[in-house]
Design a protein around this ligand. Structure first.
Ligand code: GLY
Ligand code: MN
Ligand code: MN
Length: 380
């Protein structure tokens, strides 16, 4: 179980209920596990929530009944939770519950229910005894509530970033010529666990020399050599919350080209961090990084977004990207409580790459950089 206090969970339920009322929905079926966690602190592998104006029905099976019952007596209990033990199929139990509640319009998470499951539910609700609600597709109701972190989440992410920064400082001491990428990645993962994290947030990246030109390179058998530029990108999950950090270092003396590319990426990073403030467009923050790299002739070498939200998922909203005319029809302006990465990079085939990544919190007056590790080019 995660540890958001009961009061925080109650506020989250109220916020979702206000959205449901505004859309004339009597309930929301929550099938996204990160969203279930956000509403209940549940960290297991299978559950469904049905949130109504009065209750939170929690469907889970034998494997998690004990842990849910034990959580009832803790300061992070999800109050008002009604446990429904699933004995057969989850969707069968869901259909039976919905039939018994006498609801009219019930929202479901369109991004988290397959077409097959939706068809089966609709058909079963129509055929079974009881009142069949009409199922209404919804998009991102809980995800939007997750955009701005509450006090508990900010506290957790600050602590996670502090721990990841300490891991990074230790990792810098692990970089030596002769070591393979795979071996170094294993050492990083070990340090992440030693640092109090539940697990790595994604597959650790160690990309040396020309491999650095691939932003999501997988660590391989290549040995770090003198003069290599090495991208180290790793993250951890701490009390269910993800943090993410990248540093690029030189093994031995950095070449003039390495200094030049590194300097440009660092300026892009700093420029994007300075652009973060409440009310600012997320596209502006991306533009701030992109402008610097463009001016240095590295515009084409920066082919990904400047950042992504962090929280229960390692990649979540807000996306700090270029505006794409087809999908970005609305702009989310930055607001206090948003937490995201700033991670510009430059990737040059046959040469290598540079990326610098920090985690930032939008504060009431500007920005707080949560990660704290030097961005000077280190020659190790
Ligand atoms: N390697 C994943 C990320 O930094 O987003
Ligand atoms: Mn990263
Ligand atoms: Mn990242």
């Amino acid at each position: 179980m995660s540890h958001a206090p009961s009061d925080a969970l109650r506020h989250r339920h109220q916020a979702i209920r206000a959205v449901l009322a505004a859309r004339e929905l009597d309930a929301l079926i929550v099938t996204s596990l990160p969203n279930v966690l956000y509403l209940t602190n549940f960290t297991g592998s299978t559950a469904i929530v049905v949130l109504t104006a009065e209750r939170l029905y929690f469907l889970t099976d034998f494997r998690y009944v004990t842990v849910m019952n034990e959580a009832c007596d803790t300061p992070h209990a999800c109050q008002g939770l009604e446990l429904v033990t699933v004995d057969g199929s989850y969707d069968g139990a869901l259909a039976k519950l919905l039939g018994s509640l006498k609801l009219g319009r019930v929202g479901f998470e369109a991004a988290h229910l397959t077409v097959n499951r939706h068809a089966w539910l609709t058909d079963t609700l129509a055929r079974q005894a009881g009142v069949a609600p009409s199922l209404v597709a919804t998009e991102g109701i809980v995800e939007r509530a997750r955009l701005c972190k509450d006090e508990y989440e900010v506290h957790t992410l600050r602590e996670a970033a502090r721990r990841l920064s300490a891991v990074a400082v230790a990792v810098l001491g692990d970089v030596h010529a002769g070591r393979t990428e795979k071996d170094l990645a294993l050492a990083i993962d070990w340090r992440i666990r030693q640092g109090g994290f539940e697990r790595s947030a994604f597959e650790t990246i160690v990309a040396s020399g020309p491999n650095g030109a691939r932003p999501h390179a997988r660590p391989g058998e290549r040995r770090l050599g003198e003069g290599d530029v090495v991208v180290l990108d790793f993250g951890g999950v701490y009390d269910s919350y993800c943090v993410d950090l990248t540093r690029t270092v030189a093994v031995g003396r950095a070449s003039a080209r390495a200094r030049e590319v590194y300097g440009a990426v660092r300026e892009a990073h700093d420029s994007a961090v300075r652009a973060v403030e409440p009310g600012r467009s997320r596209f502006d923050v991306d533009g701030a990084a992109r402008r610097v790299l463009g001016e240095r002739g590295l515009g084409e070498a920066f082919g990904h977004g400047t950042g992504h939200g962090l929280g229960i998922e390692v990649h979540e909203d807000p996306r700090i990207v270029r505006r794409r005319a087809d999908t970005d029809t609305r702009d989310e302006h930055l607001a206090p409580g948003m937490v995201f990465t700033i991670e510009p990079g430059a990737y040059l085939p046959d040469w290598g790459g540079v990326r610098i990544e920090d985690d930032v919190l939008v504060s009431t007056s500007g920005v707080e950089v949560l990660t704290d590790v030097t961005t000077d080019l280190l020659e190790l």
